[in-house]
Design a binder for this molecule. Structure first.
Ligand code: HEC
Length: 355
């Protein structure tokens, strides 16, 4: 087979090049304009940008859908006949998909201007999203070149770049999902071997970007592995799991709404933007992390916000009890008498359902 094949004999590709060039300029432009702000400094960001940024979670579905279609077309186009028949369609779809990816990147960068995002998951989502989009644009140019010059080798190179970029983008998107839904959203109900695989991939990637974070404060204390006679720490073993499930999708190191993290005692005591320490030892009735929950459901300040998974009465009772007992990290269950209303909950948390 010669390198110069007459696959697409009569192309007039000017408009395609123009479109691809414009997209690339836009992509580079938004990256330069919206470089992620240095920690926290986001107060004077125009609310128009933040408004547009909030469309990010909607825009992202466009490239995912369209580029999956491109994936299918590229597989069909692996044969010369397939390329002759579907190459143009693949190009059009790739253009639309690239436009979607650039749009999603732009909105994402605007959204990040609002601050409140930091940490490894966010870094990976940002970098892989940008890298994936850059790769998709490169693939677009390679396809244009391959088609205009009728070179099947360039088309092959295009496909390799496309497949790799799509994979990077997919992984980046997964970390975006983790940002929104919490890092256990996908693995929680996955069969153990699959969940382990996914976590391994996540941890490996995270370890590339979070070396320096690990040294910093604010890591949740790793609960001691439960051996036979290790005491049950009220905070690590009972309180934290509840917060993880009901609160920390929004109050974690990657996403700290109201500048509040509830993923370690230090962070709880450091508190949030307006209300100060979220827990006041010995005074649950005066602790924002309790008063917010006690507000009527339709109150704007009610936690968790309306529509989200709410605390059960016994979970609230446990949090209150922990605060009233002193809100410490070292409190041991065995040393205290537990109110009967939270006893069943404690048993449920400590004996995770074994399927
Ligand atoms: C869906 C996201 C979400 C969930 C889940 C959530 N929060 Fe919030 N939380 C927010 C947002 C957004 C704010 C900032 C706006 C505000 O102050 O109401 C906030 C603010 C707060 C504040 C005030 C921080 C400050 O000082 O300004 C407290 C306290 C709080 N949340 C506690 C909780 C607790 C406790 C839970 C779990 C029972 C929880 N939140 C679950 C989104 C969430």
């Amino acid at each position: 087979m010669t390198d110069t094949d007459d696959i697409h004999p009569s192309r007039k590709p000017f408009l395609d090049w123009l479109a691809a060039g414009t997209l690339t300029l836009l992509f580079v432009g938004v990256i330069l304009i919206f470089r992620v702000p240095a920690e926290g400094a986001a107060d004077e960001v125009s609310s128009n940008f933040l408004f547009m940024g909030r469309f990010h979670p909607i825009f992202v579905h466009l490239p995912v859908g369209v580029l999956s279609f491109v994936l299918l077309l590229e597989l069909i186009s692996l044969t010369k006949r397939g390329e002759a028949k579907w190459g143009e369609t693949a190009l059009l779809a790739l253009l639309v998909g690239s436009a979607g990816a650039v749009l999603a990147t732009a909105a994402g960068l605007m959204l990040a201007q609002g601050g409140g995002f930091q940490g490894g998951t966010f870094t990976l989502h940002l970098r892989m999203g940008i890298l994936g989009t850059a790769g998709i644009l490169l693939a677009l140019f390679l396809r244009l070149w391959g088609m205009s010059a009728n070179r099947s080798r360039v088309l092959m190179a295009h496909r390799i770049v496309f497949f790799l970029s799509f994979a990077v983008m997919g992984l980046g998107a997964h970390f975006g999902g983790n940002l929104v839904h919490g890092s256990r959203y996908l693995t929680q109900h996955a069969p153990a071997p699959i969940a382990d695989q996914i976590r391994w991939i996540e941890d490996t990637l995270l370890s590339w970007v979070t070396v320096k974070d690990k040294l910093g404060p604010g890591k949740p204390p790793t609960p001691p592995t439960q051996g036979e006679e290790t005491p049950t720490l009220v905070f690590s073993h009972l309180v934290l799991p509840i917060l993880e499930e009901k609160c920390n999708n929004c109050h974690n190191e990657d996403k700290s709404k109201g500048d509040l993290r509830l993923d370690s005692l230090a962070m709880i005591l450091q508190g949030g933007e307006f209300e100060g320490p979220a827990a006041i030892a010995g005074n649950s009735a005066g602790s924002p992390m309790i008063t917010r929950v006690l507000l009527p459901l339709d109150d704007d300040e009610h936690m968790p916000p309306e529509g989200k998974d709410q605390l059960l009465p016994e979970e609230l009772a446990l949090l209150r009890w922990w605060i009233d007992q002193g809100a410490s990290e070292t409190m041991q269950l065995e040393e205290l008498s537990t109110p009967s209303e939270i006893q069943p909950l404690i048993e449920r948390i400590l004996k995770p359902s074994t399927p």
